[in-house]
Each structure stands twice: as C-alpha cells, then as structure tokens.
Design a binder for this molecule. Structure first.
Ligand code: ADP
Ligand code: ZN
Length: 750
C-alpha cells in the first residue's frame, strides 16, 4: 500500500514530503509550517485562521508523519464525512465515527485503530465523551487531539455547543497528548475561552491574517437587483454560487426567476423539511445545482471548495456575518467574487428589525450595522476597511475590490454640496435622502408635492444628474460629516456645523466621481487570465469546461462531490499548462500520487483530446502514459474505472517497494513484466513527488557535474532533448530527468 511505504521521522522535511506526495502541493503556506513544527514538538497549539486558510493541513500532515492516530473532534456530521472523503481520495487512511455509523462498521474502524492502520479518526464530541469510548482510545497510541471549530466551546461565540465544554476531560485523562484547537473565529473572548476551558498547557497561539486576497469585493447599488443578478450569472456561466436573501419568500421567487433563465437553481430556508434541505445541499455539493438562493443558515455545514461567488441580495447586519458568508467563496484559492447589493432602505429596515429584536443589545447591534453601512458606502479600498475591522492593517490598497479596480476620480464638489445643503435647510430639515434627491431633481411625486417642496428655491437645481449619482454624493456628504440622519425623525437629514461652513462658502468640498459598479467588474476568470484575458470560448476556457465535465462524470460514478476529485484551481492550472505526461501532471498543484494513480490518465486523455501541450510532448515524448492507443482514446471512463479498482497505491508503489529492496530498474522490469521505460517513469514520478531514491545507483557525482555543466552552457532551463544532444547522447532521458529534478531540489524549488 502506498501508505505503509515510508516510515517517517517527524521532521519538517518529512512533513513537506507528505504535502507533496499526498496533497500534491509544493509548499506550506507561511503559518502552516510554523504550526506544524510546534505540533510536532509536542506543544499545545491554538490556530486561528479564516475559512479557506488551510487549517486542515495543519493537523492532517503531522498526523500522517507521526506515529499513532490523531483523534479529530468535529461538531458537524456532514463536515466529518467530507473531510474523511477528501483524505481518502489523497490516499490517507481515515475514518469517522458518529451516530450515522452502524455498529459493525464501528467495530471495523475500531479494529483498524487498534492495528495502527488509521492515521486520523473523526468523532463527534458526544461520541468521544460517551461511555467506553475514552477507555477505548486509551488503548490506542494517540498522536494528538485536534479540536476543530473550537469556538463552539465559548458561550460568547455565535455557535456555542455545551458538549464542547466537557472536552476539558481530555487534558486530565491524556496529560501527555498534545491538543490542537482550530477555529475561524478570532475574537478575544472566544480565544480566551478556548485556552482556559480546554486547559491547554502554555499553548502557542497562531493568529493568521484574515485577508482573503483571492476574493474580489464588489458593492453595487440596490436598484434592479434581479436584473443585476441575471446579468452577473450570464458572465459567470456554470460557476457555483450562493445568493443570500433575508426572507423565505424572496428566496423562492428569486430562485424561480433564475430557473426561468435555464439555470439550475434551488432554494434553501428554514421552512423546508430536513429531507428537502438535505436534497438541496446534496445537489449543490455535487454540482447538480449551480445556484442556491438561501437565508443565512445555508453554508454552515458545507465545505464545498469550488463555490466561486457569493451574492448578498440584502445588506448583512454586521461585518462578522458578511465576512463569514463571503468566506464560503473561493476556498480553493482560485479567484472568487463577492457582490453586495446595497441600498439605504436596507439600513432602515435593519435598524427597525434590530431595535425590535433585542432592545438590550440595541446599541451594540446598531453600531455594528453602522460599520457595515460604512463599508458599503466606502469610497476607498474595501479590503482595507474589512481588515481594519478585524484589527489588521493592510499596507497598500488591495487591487481586488471594485474601488481599487476602478478608482474614483475626485473633483471640486463644492457647488454640488451647496445645492444639496441648501435644499436641506430650505426644506426645514425634514427631507429624507430619497426625498432630497427627488427635490433636487425636480420630481413631481406625491411626497414632493404634499410637502410643498416644489416651492423651494433649489427645487430642480440638480436636474442634470441621475438619481444614483446624487445618491452617491449625498452619502459622501454624510460620511464627510456635512449632514447627519435623525433616525428618530423619520430619517430626516440635518445639517451640521461643518455643513453650514460649506453652505456659506467658507470651506471647499472634494468629491469622488460616481461610477456605476458594473464597469468595475470586467473580471477575467482563471489563473493565467489575469495576464491575458481569454475570450470566453478560448482554448483554455474550453479545456477547463471539458475537464470540469470529466470531473463531474467521475464524481458521479464514485458518489463523491466533484471538488473531492480535484479543486477548481487544480483544473484551471491543468487547463493553462495542458500536461500530457506523468511528470507534467504531477507538477500541477493539487495532484498527489494517489490522485494521479486514480485520475491522471483520464485527465491526460482529456488534455490530449484538446490538442495537449505540443512543447511538453516533444520534450517528454518517451514518457506518454502506456495506454494511449488512438483506438481507445474515446474511453476515458473505462480507463478511470480500471485505475480506481486497482489496489490502493498499486503500480508505482510496487516499483518503489522493489527499488527499496535494492533491485535495479532492469530487475524490477523483469520481475514485474513491465517495459523498462515504464519502471523508469515510475521512478521519475517517485523522485519528483519527494520520495528519496538511491540516486547514486543512476548518477555519480561526476555525472551530475557533467550534466550541470551542460545545463549552464545551454543557459536557462534547456529542453531535455537539447541536453541529450549536447551531451552527445551519453545520458538517457531517464537519468537526465532525475538530474534535472535533483538540481531543482538543490535550488529549493522542489
Ligand atoms: P479551512 O479548513 O481553513 O477552511 P482548508 O483546510 O479546507 O481550509 O483549505 C482550503 C483550501 O486550501 C483547500 O483546497 C486546501 O487543499 C488548500 N490548501 C491548504 N494548504 C495549502 C497549501 N500549502 N498549498 C496549496 N493549497 C493549500
Ligand atoms: Zn481594494
């Protein structure tokens, strides 16, 4: 089995190897490495990272490296199942035990634990604390306890679960086993509760940045939201996304309008039966439903990494909630989009709602709402405002929000401001924002006429500007402190002292030109796209679609969500790089050994069907996968099945075992009845994936020096073929490739 192949010392180098072999990733993210060192040093650890930050790897990788089994406590059954599926797809032995597991299956799992076959065991807190279970795990070698969603322990948090508080017995009963607590909630009180209640022993706390740079943040005016959404969907065809609404009714009608456009959409709210909700969730996970229109409850228990966008139909109540919800987009690190529709009317209805809902917390909640409103109305980088809210400062504007992408130009707005301020004063400070704008624009509606506002001097003085422009300028005036809103007087606008100075011509006003938000969102999709935006039907985009369809077929055959096969970012990289051989495919981020074994060939066939990468083909033409006869090129699905049904880790691993026993490639080929080139390609794969080979069997120090000289003479990163010619065919491709990778390792690139 792939797994048993390497006894690892718990060092950071082994951890890096595991990351490459099992996950297909080249490097840890900065904080991951520090966290893993700390855990492997046996210290209690607290990890605070935003959703999508990469928490799982922090405990999964040490669990693989270290002896024994890691017990993971997780509150949601659906999440457990997802994580275990993802681990298995990477070739890591894992299981979960909770109320959904029958007793015979539980017995098998227990046996696997006792035999030392499992690396990670997920349990619910109830199960962990139940009679017998603690004494069962006392018979195991437990490498560590990982407490996922650790904020559930705090009654201050938004997701308190009383059973979590009992987890303190772990420290008493297993004083030697390190505990690692992980959460995406970072507020001070929660943090304190986690440390105290779990009785962590001088834990090291890792607080990561809460920035999610891959999310494009956009705010659009709240007019014609449905039209805006349909237009957005047109530009984001086939991409999974969630639309959050306030009411059930809204959810249903919006979903219907989207369905009417031929898009697979579902809705999700508390009025559905548990079965209905389960079906909608499942449909979304499996990419059968592209869009879910939901009230906020949706998304809590799902870990779908390929959600590409989140839309807020209404203004959220606070920034915490907003950030958590948009965090569900782009968890795989590929670009994601967050669109918020904003109108001042939303602020008013939320104010009313909050005041009624909880009079005690009124002030706190209203202050939070105000911060949310400031974010929506901002004229500067939105990400700065968000991170600022969470106590972080961004040294520069982010470049990935609507304001940064389409920076407003400033102009002398003194005259505009004076018109508005004059209307406010002449309207005896009784005008709300929309009424003020109507007056300025000379509208003849009921509210204007009945108040007699058509008689004031500035009536119609702003006729030349559209409503949205005025809307923006009035908000800028509010933010600049020229006006304020008297909430208790029907939201009437009042002038401030500063406003009077402007009105009297004692103070100039600088304003930011209003630009409709749509212009800001001409966003190319995909990794490479940022440099050269491809037309929607470009080859890269077509291949991406084809790879996505293949992923969906395989996922359906195996009954798992598509993102468990490969993430969107992995498919995007494949579409851009077009790998057509083992080495190139294994070079794609997210393609580990096990996934290559299972799916590599099918995806290579798909790439080939789209023309492949000609450069790579000439470079590695002896390295094409063995079963690529043109006559069975039309049967990728059968090929996938075949691969999946082979023993775990199968063929490459068998080669590795024999290599470790000291056999030469020729001897391995003979013993296994394979072509020598196949065995050589297995060995290359192993080496590029971080396995250590006896390199000296193939290359002496002198050989390496010769090859390095040749590389230097050719300059840059020469093609293998050129290297081969330059060295007068002294070295075969196999040895050249190993050497090339050896140099890459030396340079720290692999
Ligand atoms: P969290 O649990 O913090 O929400 P995950 O552990 O689900 O985040 O990780 C989010 C995504 O980032 C996953 O697709 C994961 O595979 C990927 N990821 C994590 N660490 C790395 C890394 N070092 N390199 C590349 N991708 C990574
Ligand atoms: Zn920005």
């Amino acid at each position: 089995m792939l797994f048993a192949a390497e006894p690892l010392a718990p060092t950071i180098e082994s951890a890096r190897k595991v990351l490459k072999q099992y996950y297909g990733y080249d490097a840890f993210r900065p904080m991951q490495e520090d966290i893993i060192r700390n855990i492997m040093g046996g210290q209690d650890t607290v990890v605070l990272m935003p959703t999508g930050g990469g928490k799982s790897i922090c405990f999964q990788v040490p669990a693989v490296v270290q002896e024994g089994v890691c017990i993971v406590v997780s509150p949601l059954i659906a999440l457990m199942k997802d994580q275990v599926e993802a681990l298995k797809a990477n070739g890591i032995p894992a299981a979960y035990i909770n109320s959904s597991i029958g007793s015979s299956e539980a017995n098998n799992i227990a046996a696997d634990c006792l035999n030392g076959h499992l690396k990670l065991l997920y349990v619910s807190p109830e199960k962990l604390l139940s009679d017998g279970f603690l004494s069962f795990i006392r018979r195991l070698r437990v490498s560590m306890f990982a407490i996922d969603e650790a904020h559930c322990i705090s009654s201050w948090g938004h997701d308190f679960r009383p059973e979590y508080t009992q987890l303190r017995v772990l420290r008493d009963q297993f004083p030697q086993v390190p505990i690692i607590a992980l959460t995406a909630t970072a507020d001070r009180l929660t943090r304190r509760d986690i440390q105290q209640q779990l009785r962590l022993n001088k834990p090291k706390v890792f607080l990561s940045s809460f920035d999610r740079p891959n999310l494009n943040l956009i705010v659009r005016p709240g007019q014609d939201r449905v039209g805006g959404i349909l237009e957005f969907l047109e530009r984001h065809q086939g991409e999974s996304g969630i639309i959050y609404c306030l009411s059930r009714k809204q959810c249903e009608t919006l979903a219907q309008k989207i369905q009417a456009k031929g898009i697979k959409a579902g809705y999700y709210h508390a009025g559905l039966t548990p079965n209905q909700r389960g079906a909608v969730q499942e449909g979304f996970l499996k990419d059968d439903l592209q869009v879910i229109v939901a009230t906020i409850a949706f998304g809590m228990g799902i870990d779908k990494s390929n959600v590409r966008w989140v839309i807020h139909y209404n203004l959220p109540k606070n920034i915490e909630g907003y950030y958590q919800e948009i965090g569900r987009a782009g968890r795989d690190g590929a670009p994601g989009t967050a669109v918020l529709f904003y109108s001042f009317a939303d602020v008013m209805s939320l104010r009313d709602m909050l005041t009624k809902e909880n009079p005690q917390l009124n002030q706190l909640n209203l202050t939070k709402l105000e911060r949310m409103q400031q974010f929506a109305e901002a004229a500067g980088c939105r990400r700065r405002i968000l991170l600022n809210y969470f106590g972080e400062t961004l040294p520069q504007d982010c470049g990935n929000c609507d304001i940064c992408r389409n920076p407003p130009t400033t102009f002398d707005g003194t005259e505009l401001a004076q018109k508005a301020l004059s209307a406010v004063v002449r309207g005896r400070e009784r005008l709300s924002i929309s009424l003020l704008i109507d007056v300025l624009r000379g509208m003849r509606n009921q509210a204007v006429l009945s108040g007699g506002f058509d008689q004031i001097k500035t009536y119609g003085a702003g006729r030349d500007l559209p409503y949205l422009d005025w809307y923006s300028y009035v908000h800028q005036m509010l933010n600049d402190g020229l006006l304020f809103i008297a909430y208790e007087e029907g939201y009437a606008l009042k002038i401030t002292d500063l406003g009077r100075e402007v009105l009297q011509g004692q103070r100039p006003v600088s304003m930011k030109k209003f630009q409709p938000a749509e212009k800001a969102e001409k966003k190319p999709r995909g990794r490479k796209a940022a440099a050269a935006a491809p037309a929607p039907a470009s080859r890269e985009a077509q291949l991406f679609e084809a790879l996505r369809a293949l992923r969906k077929r395989i996922a359906d055959e195996q009954g798992v969500p598509p993102y468990v096969i490969f993430t969107d970012s992995t498919l995007q990289e494949m579409a851009a790089e077009r790998p057509v051989n083992r080495v190139a495919m294994l070079g794609i981020s997210g393609v580990g050994m096990k996934k290559f074994e299972n799916y590599g060939e099918a995806f290579i066939r798909e790439v080939l069907a789209h023309g492949g990468n000609p450069a790579a083909q000439t470079e590695f033409d002896d390295d094409l996968p063995p079963r690529l006869d043109p006559d069975d090129a039309g049967a990728p699905r059968a090929a996938v099945k075949k691969e999946v049904n082979t023993e775990a880790g199968s063929t490459v691993d068998a080669t590795y075992q024999l290599h470790r026993m000291g056999l030469s490639p020729e001897a391995i080929a003979e013993r296994r009845g394979l072509a020598l080139s196949t065995v050589q390609s297995h060995l290359t794969t192993l080496y590029t994936k971080g396995f250590d080979l006896r390199l000296e069997d193939f290359l002496s120090t002198q050989d390496l020096a010769n090859i390095q000289t040749a590389v230097a003479q050719l300059g840059g990163q020469p093609l293998l073929r050129d290297l081969f010619d330059h060295l007068r065919e002294d070295y075969d491709y196999f040895r050249l490739r190993l050497a090339q990778h050896y140099f890459r390792r030396l340079r720290g690139e692999a």
